[in-house]
Write a protein that binds this ligand. Sequence first.
Ligand SMILES: O=C(O)c1ccc(O)c(O)c1
Ligand SMILES: [Mg+2]
Length: 628
Amino acid sequence: MKTSIATVSISGDLKEKLHAIAKAGFDGVEIFENDFLAFDESPRQVGQMVRDHGLEITLFQPFRDFEGMPEPLRSRTFDRAERKFDLMQEMGTDLVLVCSNVSSVAMGGIDRAAADFYELGERAAKRGLRVGYEALAWGRHIHDHRDAWEIVRRADHPNIGLILDSFHTLSRKIDVNSIRSIPKEKIFIIQLADAPLIDMDLLYWSRHFRNMPGEGDLPVLDFMKAVAATGYDGYLSLEIFNDQFRGGSPTAIAVDGRRSLIYLGDQVRRAESSSLTLPPMPARAEVEGVAFIEFTVDEAETSALSDRLRALGFRHVGHHKSKRVDVFRQGNINLVVNTDPDGFAGVSYALHGQSAYAMGLWVDDAEAAVARAVALGAERFEQPLKPGEIKMPAIRGVGGGILYFLDRGSVLARIWESEFDPIDDDTDLRPVGLTGIDHVAQTMKYEELLTWLLFYTAILKAHKTPMVDIIDPAGVVRSQVVENESGTLRITLNGAENRNTLAGHFIAETFGSGIQHLAFSTDDIFATAVALSKNGFATLMISPNYYDDLEARFGLEPTFTDRLKAHNILYDRDDYGEYFQLYSPTYGEGFFFEIVQRSGYRGYGAANAIFRIAALRRHLRPIGVPKL
Ligand SMILES: O=C(O)c1ccc(O)c(O)c1
Ligand SMILES: [Mg+2]
């Protein structure tokens, strides 16, 4: 499987783009005319620069408004094409993309267009060049790949072929099975892009909102399966017009792009026998649950954190045999407190301060999970082991944090017993009925949201949910969840657009993305609330006005609303069940705990977010926070 990406997909000047594209491991690049025109070097030098990066130019594009022109425009169009052929030969590429005509003077007619392409094919053949025809979704006469194919078929010229672009086909909901019968030799290249489902003008949608396959909502996999059924084994080329990517980090976007293609190729290969050749890799990891969350803290801060965890009903159950690391446990929840100045925890502390910097996941096969992640461009994490330590497979995750993998089939299954000495916590504080981790909430800049969504869904057997806007009094935070069918994995990703929101403040003040809150589950939130209060744990105060509205909205019994109100419990309901939420205040730069009870409910209480965020903000130190 050969991978390519259009220069338009990446930010920077042509040199920066090529550098990022080559570094991410692509084989080829589509040169967008404007990227070339805005660059100061000659076509020959540009071609050399591409090859010096170890890349091939997969095509030059776009050539616009060609077919069906009336004279004298028709002749001028052919002259224009000859000029571009000159340029292509100097640059060193044999393929040009002609997109369907959008001109208001263009004439329709499949045969007329076929005749124009036949003539262009003759001219291209003289120079050993090829022309690929692509139907733009908003083309004047041709906006369906089936019509473009009919034109190519009738042109019947070896130097004229078809270019399929998933966006144009899928945005118009054209049946992808129509691709299966196209002879593979007539498909000159496949362009791939996904996009979020937004009801808007096709051109605007395409030019501003495309994203990497797997990042959006279009059935790009179905499209690719149909392509694979033809036996096509040429380049898969990303062509992503996206406002955010244009302003993003060239290397990060290129890495995402390559990951998206490998992941897509892997899915196609697993779905049906295909001609795609790509290195073998294990299947996506099945997640059984969160094994632990690890905090890095300074020695001076440990007692405050330990007190807080004990008030939340956790017991100090273990001390590491060779490191300054402690485990607190309640139900199935293991919280690791790392104060070791050596190693990555210490580095992370120096960089970000106290934080939940690592997460361990129970998977079916820990080594396989890392092998897959590495095949998809993730970075393996390793550090020197101390005596008696078990090597735990890990990769670098969100915000430079660490994602560990554990499985029941190896020594990792007994990690707590083998690495930790048991401790008998003499606290008087009682457990409060927390049973497990319902979800882990990670906060990042909005620009990074798609990166982490793709990261998790490509590596773990999980899907993403639609984007939800979380309203903070100081701005919007966009939230998307990565979860699996059984609910044993739930990671909410919150993309902050500005630094004034609670999420934005957290990123700005901790110098990076990371876990901002942990949501524990309980089977009885009222009992948990009572137990918390006995432990002296003060939960987050929710405005009384919230409860009046809630009662009216859901038609709740006043006695029930009074109970919710007495314990500061938030409530929500969907078609599947009920949801109860309870919060801690924020600590430090905005970290907090949540406790939830869900009975069938599938969401995360987005409707309540504005109320609890308003309440959480009251605990933030006022620096950098605008007065509301
Ligand atoms: O938006 C466009 O005009 C445009 C140009 C060339 C392409 O390959 C394409 O998919 C879109
Ligand atoms: Mg295209």
